[in-house]
Write a protein that binds this ligand. Structure first.
Ligand code: DC
Length: 225
């Protein structure tokens, strides 16, 4: 995937990196922060979802690193506009192809280019604070227990009228954690300087306020420097 042409980031640029496991609420938090600070937002999971979907459609072996890497290199940004990528099935495909180094390498430039926009950006994923934007001004690691994440996901799907079973979703959440955190390349893990937000017993409003307090502090320090 090609990098987008970008201008040089300004001194006032603010990059917010958000990582965490599936269904921890990081997407919701990232979107709210992006609106609040008027920053562009990139859901990097969509890149992996689009590659997984394309590879499956082309009948490619998802366990073949080179074949999956070629799909990632050919990806166009317009592929991210497909709303169906947010479903469970694309998430599973994404987690499988995301273990391959050639896939990850093909998606780095696009993500770094997005993060280097003049005004800054909010990116969420698994390796944003560790690999994609190690110099982000603010990093969050958003997590919650597998049981809480599975409960939220089950309720969310049930609200959309889907017939889902909590135990099945919990098994999926655990399997995704195992794959995302266990892979050799860019595994899911908190950057040493990331702020931990455990949302197990916190609603999104509380998490959002805690995150804003931190970003405001960083901005105030920078303003006073
Ligand atoms: O955030 P998500 O559920 O849309 O991500 C789907 C999968 O994509 C996730 O299980 C692992 C992979 N992924 C990744 O490896 N690195 C990222 N920065 C984002 C997602």
């Amino acid at each position: 995937m090609k990098a987008l042409p970008t201008a040089k980031p300004t001194a006032a640029a603010l990059t917010i990196a958000i990582d965490g496991p599936a269904a921890a609420g990081k997407g919701t938090l990232a979107k709210r922060l992006a609106v609040h600070y008027a920053l562009p937002y990139l859901d990097t999971g969509l890149l992996y979802r689009a590659v997984g979907r394309r590879a499956a459609e082309a009948g490619i072996d998802l366990d073949d690193p080179q074949a999956a890497g070629a799909v990632a290199r050919a990806l166009e940004p317009s592929a991210l506009d497909d709303g169906s990528l947010r479903g469970r099935e694309a998430g599973e495909l994404a987690s499988r192809i995301a273990v391959h180094p050639p896939v990850r390498a093909a998606l780095v430039a696009f993500q770094r280019g997005f993060a280097a926009r003049p005004e800054g950006a909010v990116l969420d994923g698994r390796d944003i604070g560790t690999v994609i934007c190690p110099h982000a001004q603010v990093k969050f690691f958003v997590t919650a227990s597998p049981e809480v994440r599975a409960r939220r996901r089950t309720d969310e799907l049930a609200a959309k009228g889907r017939d889902v079973d909590y135990e099945t979703i919990l098994a999926e959440v655990r399997e995704r954690d195992r794959r995302d955190a266990g892979r050799a390349e860019a595994p899911l893990k908190a950057a040493p300087d990331a702020h931990l937000l455990d949302t197990s017993e916190m609603d999104i409003e509380t998490a959002f306020r805690a995150a804003c307090d931190l970003v405001d502090r960083v901005l105030a320090e920078r303003g006073g420097a």
